[in-house]
Design a protein around this ligand. Structure first.
Ligand code: ADP
Length: 705
C-alpha cells in the first residue's frame, strides 16, 4: 500500500462528502417525491460522479480510482431506481469517454455498486427503519469488497498490482465514507420528515383555527384587533379575517353597543387575568346588533398594554329566546294579576301557591291568608266529593281539565257559588306539575236562576189551575147549554104551531146565543189544550178538495144570508195528502168564516188549493173590508179584534186566527196574510203534503252540514 493511494482515496472521498453537503443544502428545498425531482436528483448525482472521476487518483494510465462506488451505492440505497440509473448511466458514459485499460472494470464497478445499493434498499424497504451507522458500515464493506473483487477483471499482473495498492486504503476509507455520506442523507431524511410533520401539524392547527365554529381572536387591550379566525369575522359580519382586522382599530367604540361594557371587561382582565362568560351586545358590519359571549385571558403584558386571547360565540338566538320567555312570563303575570276572573295555582296536594286579586275578592281572604290554606279548606264540604272525583280522573290521565259549579265558604261565612275550571299543568318532561284554576263568581246568576225556577214553577202551577178551571167550566157550561140549545131546537121545530111570532123570535135568539156561546167555549178549550201541549195530531190520508167542499157546504147558510158567492177555484190542484184532517178542516173553516164575516153583502170569496213542491198551499181570498198593515201581525194574537164595532156586529172571539196559526205550525207549516185595507184580504197557509217530508228534509240538511 502506498501513501499516495491512501491520500488519493481520502481526497476523493472528502470531495464526495463536500459535494454531498452541497447537494444536501440544495435538495433540501426539493421536498416533493415527484418523477421530475427524481430525474433532477439523478442528474445532479450524475454530475457529482463525473466531478469525482475528474479528480480521481490514477494508479496507472487509464486505471483510475475515485469514490463513485460510494456515491452510486448510496444513491441506490437512498434514492432508488430512477436517480441511480441516470447517475450510473452518466458515470458509465463518462468512464468510457476517459478510456484506458480500466474502462471495463470502471463501468462494472458503477453497475455493481449501484445494483448493490438498489438491492439493499429493496431488502430494507420492508423493514422501514432508519439506516444505522453499523448497517451503513457493513453496507460499505460489502460494496467495496465487491468492488475489489471486480479488480480481478484486470489482467492478472495488473490485478495483483491494483489490489496490493488499493485494498487497504479502499477497505479503510470507503466504508467510513459510506457511513459519513449515509449519515448525511439520514439526517436529511430525518430533517425532511420532522419538517413535514411540523408543516402537517401547522396545517392541522390552521385548519382547526379556520374552521372551528367558535370565533377566536387576539386583540390588544387598547382595542386593536391583532388576529381573528374566519368564524370570528363571520360573527361580526365580515367576509374575511383581514377585513375585520383592518376595520377594528378601537373595539370599544366600533364593536360594543355600550362602550362602558368594554371598559369593565378590560378592568376585570386587569384584576383577575381572565374573564369568563362575558356577555355583550355588538354591532355587526351591517349595523345590526348581535349578542356575543366571550371567554378571554390576558396573555402578554407590556408596561401599559397587554394582549388578550379569547374565543367568542354568538348567543343572539338564546338571548332572544330568553327575552321572549321573560316577556311571556311578564305577560302571563300581568294577565294573571289583572284578570277579571279569579285565578289560582295549587300544588298537586291542593295547597294554594299563587292567587290573583280577583280570587281574594271572591273568597274574602288576603293573599297571605290563602297561602296557608288549600282549596279544600274553602270548598263547601258537600261539594268536595264531586270535585275529588274529577281530580282523581285527572291523576288517572282520563281527563285533562274539568269545569264544575260548586260552593266556596267566604271568609265572612256566607256560601258563594262559583264556576271553576281546573287544568293540570305538566312539566316539560311531561310529569304533572301543578294545578291552575279559573274561578268565576256565579252567585248572582245562581240567584237569578233560582228566581226564574220559582217563577216557572209558579207559572206552571197557575197554568195547571187555569186548565183545570177551563175543563170544569167547559163541563159545567156545556151541560146546561146543551139543554138550552137542544130544548129550544125541539120547541122551534116540534111546537112552533103553538107559538106566536114574538115567542118564536125570542126562542131563536136563545138558540143562536147558546150556539155561539158553545163555539166560544170550544175555542177557549182548544187554546188551553194547545198551550198545555195536550193537543195531538191524528194523521190520515184524505182529499183536500172534498174537505174544502165540506167546509163550503157547512157555511153555505152564512154565505147565503149575506148573498156572498163562494168560489172554489177550478184551476186549483186536487191532491191527496196526509195530515190531521179535522184540524185542516178547522183551519179552512175559520178562515172562510172570517172572510164571510168581514165581507159585505154580495161580496165574493175564492178558495184555491195549489201544490207547491212538497207542500200544499191553500188561499182564501175575499173582497171584504181588508186589514191595515199595522194589524197584520197582531190579528194572530189571542182576543185581538181589529175593529170593535164591526166585529161586535159580526160576533167572534178573537181566538180563531190564533188557533189557525197553532194548527198550521203543528203541521210544520206557515201562514201568511196579504191585504189591502178596504179592498180585501187573502190568507194563505202552506203545509207539507206528508209529515215524513219534513223529516226527510231535516235529515237531508243534517247530512249536508
Ligand atoms: P174573530 O173571532 O174575531 O174573527 P179571529 O182571530 O178569527 O177572531 O180574527 C181576529 C181579527 O182579525 C178579526 O176580529 C178581524 O178584525 C180580523 N180579520 C180576520 N179575518 C179577516 C178578514 N178576512 N178580513 C178582514 N179582517 C179580518
Amino acid at each position: 500500500m502506498s501513501n499516495e493511494a491512501l491520500i488519493g482515496i481520502v481526497n476523493n472521498a472528502a470531495l464526495l462528502l463536500a459535494l454531498g453537503l452541497l447537494y444536501d443544502s440544495f435538495s433540501y428545498k426539493m421536498s416533493d417525491n415527484t418523477h421530475l425531482n427524481k430525474v433532477i436528483t439523478g442528474l445532479i448525482i450524475g454530475i457529482i460522479g463525473i466531478a469525482l472521476m475528474f479528480n480521481s487518483w490514477e494508479l496507472a494510465p487509464g486505471v483510475i480510482f475515485d469514490s463513485r462506488s460510494i456515491l452510486l451505492s448510496i444513491t441506490g440505497l437512498f434514492f432508488g431506481f430512477i436517480p441511480v440509473i441516470i447517475a450510473a448511466l452518466m458515470g458509465s458514459i463518462f468512464r468510457i469517454y476517459v478510456g484506458g485499460p480500466g474502462v471495463l472494470t470502471g463501468v462494472a464497478v458503477i453497475i455493481t455498486t449501484a445494483t448493490i445499493g438498489l438491492l439493499w434498499r429493496k431488502y430494507r424497504q420492508k423493514l422501514k427503519e432508519i439506516f444505522g451507522r453499523m448497517e451503513l458500515y457493513v453496507f460499505g464493506i460489502v460494496v467495496h469488497a465487491s468492488m475489489l473483487l471486480l479488480m480481478l477483471t484486470f489482467p492478472r499482473e495488473i490485478a495483483i498490482e491494483v489490489l496490493r495498492n488499493i485494498t487497504i486504503p479502499v477497505m479503510l476509507v470507503y466504508p467510513i465514507g459510506t457511513v459519513l455520506l449515509g449519515s448525511l442523507l439520514n439526517q436529511q431524511t430525518a430533517r425532511k420528515e420532522s419538517q413535514h410533520a411540523l408543516e402537517e401539524s401547522e396545517a392541522r392547527i390552521k385548519d382547526i383555527y379556520d374552521n372551528v365554529p367558535v370565533g377566536i381572536f387576539r386583540t390588544s387591550s387598547r382595542g386593536k384587533t391583532l388576529s381573528v379566525n374566519q368564524e370570528m369575522a363571520r360573527i361580526v359580519g365580515y367576509d374575511s379575517p383581514d377585513e375585520a382586522i383592518k376595520h377594528f382599530t378601537d373595539l370599544g367604540e366600533q364593536l360594543y353597543v355600550d362602550p362602558e361594557r368594554r371598559k369593565s371587561f378590560i378592568e376585570q382582565l386587569q384584576k383577575e387575568g381572565y374573564v369568563q362568560n362575558f356577555e355583550y351586545e355588538a354591532y355587526r358590519k351591517d349595523g345590526k346588533r348581535s349578542w356575543l359571549l366571550m371567554n378571554a385571558k390576558m396573555s402578554e403584558r407590556t408596561d401599559n398594554d397587554f394582549v388578550i386571547d379569547g374565543f367568542t360565540v354568538n348567543i343572539t338566538e338564546r338571548k332572544t329566546a330568553d327575552f321572549m320567555i321573560r316577556e311571556s312570563e311578564e305577560r302571563f303575570r300581568a294577565t294573571f294579576e289583572q284578570a277579571a276572573v279569579g285565578m289560582c295555582q295549587a300544588t298537586l296536594e291542593g295547597k294554594l301557591v299563587r292567587v290573583n286579586n280577583r280570587f281574594c275578592n271572591i273568597t274574602g281572604y288576603s293573599v297571605e291568608e290563602l297561602m296557608h290554606i288549600g282549596f279544600k279548606d274553602i270548598t263547601y264540604p258537600e261539594d268536595l266529593p264531586e270535585e275529588m272525583y274529577f281530580v282523581e280522573k285527572i291523576f288517572e290521565g282520563k281527563l285533562k281539565s274539568y269545569s264544575i259549579e260548586k260552593r266556596y265558604r267566604h271568609k265572612n261565612g256566607n256560601l258563594i257559588w262559583i264556576f271553576v275550571t281546573v287544568s293540570l299543568v305538566n312539566s316539560p318532561e311531561g310529569k304533572p306539575s301543578y294545578f291552575i284554576a279559573v274561578v268565576e263568581d256565579i252567585s248572582d246568576r245562581k240567584d237569578a236562576e233560582e228566581q226564574m225556577l220559582r217563577a216557572r214553577l209558579a207559572a206552571e202551577e197557575a197554568n195547571r189551575y187555569k186548565n183545570e178551571l177551563l175543563a170544569n167550566v167547559n163541563h159545567e157550561l156545556r151541560t146546561p147549554l146543551s139543554s138550552v140549545i137542544g130544548f129550544s131546537d125541539i120547541i122551534l121545530s116540534d111546537m112552533s104551531d103553538n107559538l106566536d111570532e114574538k115567542q118564536k123570535r125570542y126562542l131563536s135568539l136563545i138558540n143562536q146565543s147558546g150556539k155561539s156561546l158553545l163555539k166560544i167555549i170550544s175555542k177557549m178549550l182548544d187554546i188551553s189544550r194547545i198551550e198545555s201541549g195536550g193537543m195531538d195530531l191524528h194523521f190520515e190520508k184524505f182529499h183536500l178538495d172534498s174537505t174544502i167542499e165540506d167546509v163550503v157546504q157547512e157555511t153555505r147558510l152564512m154565505a147565503a144570508m149575506k148573498n156572498i158567492t163562494v168560489n172554489i177555484d177550478p184551476n186549483g190542484d186536487t191532491y191527496e195528502m196526509t195530515a190531521d184532517k179535522g184540524k185542516i178542516k178547522a183551519i179552512i173553516y175559520n178562515l172562510l168564516e172570517n172572510s164571510l164575516k168581514f165581507t159585505p153583502a154580495k161580496g165574493e170569496v175564492t178558495i184555491k188549493a195549489r201544490k207547491n213542491g212538497d207542500n200544499m198551499q191553500v188561499s182564501i181570498t175575499d173582497n171584504g173590508i181588508g186589514i191595515e198593515e199595522k194589524d197584520k201581525e197582531r190579528i194572530f194574537d189571542p182576543f185581538v179584534q181589529v175593529d170593535g164595532s164591526s166585529t161586535r156586529k159580526q160576533g167572534g172571539t178573537g181566538l180563531g186566527l190564533m188557533i189557525v196559526r197553532e194548527y198550521v205550525s203543528m203541521h210544520n207549516g206557515d201562514i201568511q196574510v196579504e191585504s189591502e185595507y178596504g179592498k180585501g184580504s187573502a190568507f194563505t197557509f202552506t203545509i207539507p203534503i206528508r209529515p215524513d217530508i219534513l223529516q226527510d228534509r231535516e235529515s237531508c240538511q243534517q247530512t249536508q252540514t
